[in-house]
Write a protein that binds this ligand. Structure first.
Ligand code: HEM
Length: 498
């Protein structure tokens, strides 16, 4: 065959594929037409759906969700896949649905194009060891986390006998990476700057390459990315290097003499959890990268927001310090029990997260097959659905005066109602910042400990304030993501006599 006939065949195939894809895209939209569409009244363009997502969610929440109905909005980064925003009335059904019907991993794979960018995939073993082993060991790990926090502060916070500037994002991102790393990968790797850098680059790289692929390829041609996308080697190279860094630690563990005391970290739990089946350093390091991706930016953003709220509400500082001191007078070493007694701090953290979460929606799922909910709502296969957590936690029927920062809101709810509910790590149908059901964040109890340890160190040893004349920095919004200002500079001073 000649070159011309090859070209002709390619063009015909391309046109055919285009028609098939257009028909599929139209079909997908057609199958969702029974779900009301919510649009902007003005400037109904793609950019507006990215910059003003909060506004469109609020509009649909009031118009439909409050009446128990779902609505759909345009998906600005994936035009063929509209997103269905579910009302709270569907939450129990979604929580109870099996993985073969509504899948969280599938949502992550498709929305971040994980199979196309060479990324790690959601790791079931990593979720499992977090849910079981990490949570079982939280008490014993608290003093280790405190030690790592003290060491990290020495490295990250400049000497500050007098007021000194500090960029909280640049300080707390590596602080969280180190403390979390201490628990997940032990002291050898958690302080290794290359490892820390790789875990941060991996998370940022996943977002960057999903955007990169979408910027170059129309959806119909995205399948070509693993062979032709210019950035296709970056994530695999990063994963390979992470496995190389892990290998010596991994070999030490697998070759340890039976009877030696086992280490308490995710490397050990992942090796032990393989049930004797051969497991490679690459498999373990991929699972670790997944955990760092799930845990580092979310926790860093949360602590930065908490610090901004602390400075913006100086009236709560002395009560928090008093609480820490009275708990430490009884038990100077942090433990599950003593951290649990920091009830006011717990309430303050939950209030800060309610007002400044890391995302506007949670409980994102993708339908594996068509499904009809008990009220008759039908959703075709491959539909993205999610719940508007920001609206749930700003609904005045659930949280009176919802825009007001009320540090002791959840403390009072615990005192007046059920003392086992309304904790920072509690998930309920009114509190979905950590998701819901089986996939609800398994790291949330660990996060509660980590934040309390960091905050106690800060409160006992440092004074903080905004640079004169500045107010609490505004959050940034991009699509469903909320991020505290990463550029703000604060002033910090070591407390005298400490
Ligand atoms: C403030 C910090 C964090 C926030 C706001 C957060 C939030 C979430 C949310 C919303 C989900 C999805 C839940 C659902 O869809 O139902 C999730 C899943 C997950 N998170 Fe977190 N997370 C945080 C920190 C962490 C940390 C530190 C770890 C690990 C040490 C972690 C491990 C995981 C894992 C493994 C999953 C997947 C669970 C599964 O698929 O079953 N998270 N997280």
């Amino acid at each position: 065959m000649t070159y011309i006939s090859h070209l002709a065949i390619a063009v015909v195939l391309g046109l055919l594929l285009h028609r098939l894809y257009s028909a599929h895209k139209a079909g997908q939209l057609q199958r969702l037409l029974h779900i009301p569409d919510v649009k902007f009244d003005h400037d109904d363009n793609q950019a507006h759906y990215i910059s003003s997502t909060k506004e469109i969610l609020h509009k649909g929440y009031i118009k439909y969700n409050k009446k128990g109905q779902a609505f759909r909005i345009r998906n600005p980064v994936d035009e063929g896949s509209p997103q269905v925003i579910m009302s709270k009335t569907y939450l129990d059904e979604v929580k109870n649905a099996g993985e073969d019907l509504l899948s969280f991993p599938l949502y992550s794979i498709q929305s971040f194009l994980l199979r196309l960018s060479g990324s790690i995939l959601p790791s079931l073993p990593a979720s499992h060891i977090t849910r079981i082993d990490l949570n079982k060991n939280l008490g014993e790990l608290a003093p280790v986390m405190k030690d790592e926090c003290v060491e990290t502060f020495k490295a990250m916070i400049p000497p500050c006998e007098d007021w000194t500037t500090l960029k909280p994002w640049d300080t707390f991102l590596p602080t969280v990476a180190r403390i979390t790393g201490r628990v997940l990968v032990g002291p050898e790797l958690c302080r290794n700057p290359e490892w820390i850098g790789l875990t941060i680059q991996n998370t940022q790289g996943i977002m960057k390459h999903a955007m990169g692929i979408r910027a170059i390829y129309p959806k119909m041609w995205q399948w070509l990315a693993p062979w032709t996308y210019p950035g296709r080697h970056e994530l695999p190279a990063l994963r390979k290097r992470a496995a190389e860094l892990l290998e010596p630690v991994f070999l030490e563990r697998v070759n340890a003499k039976p009877g030696n005391e086992k280490r308490r970290d995710a490397i050990q739990w992942l090796i032990d959890g393989s049930g004797g089946k051969p497991i490679t350093p690459k498999e373990v390091s991929d699972s670790l990268l997944f955990l760092f991706m799930a845990g580092i930016h979310s926790t860093s953003a949360t602590i930065v927001s908490i610090v901004y709220d602390l400075i913006a509400h100086p009236e709560i500082v002395s009560e928090l310090i008093q609480e820490i001191k009275s708990v430490q007078a009884e038990s100077p070493e942090w433990s599950k029990n003593s951290l649990g007694k920091l009830r006011k701090m717990d309430s303050f953290m939950k209030e800060s997260q309610r007002l400044h979460p890391v995302g506007l929606v949670t409980v994102q799922r993708c339908t594996v097959r068509p499904h009809t909910f008990s009220d008759g709502l039908h959703v075709p296969a491959n539909t993205f659905m999610m719940f508007p957590t920001y609206e749930f936690t700003h609904d005045p029927e659930t949280y009176p005066d919802p825009d007001k920062f009320d540090a002791w809101r959840f403390y009072r709810m615990r005192e007046a109602g059920d003392p086992t509910k309304f904790h920072f790590a509690t998930v309920s149908n009114d509190s979905t910042n950590f998701g819901a059901g089986f996939h609800a964040c398994p790291g949330r109890f660990f996060v509660a400990h980590e934040l309390k340890i960091i905050l106690s160190e800060l409160l006992l040893n440092y004074d903080l304030k905004f640079v004169q004349g500045t107010d609490r920095p505004q959050d940034g919004h991009h699509d469903f993501t909320v991020i505290p200002c990463t550029q703000t500079e604060l002033l910090i001073r070591r407390k005298h006599g400490v």
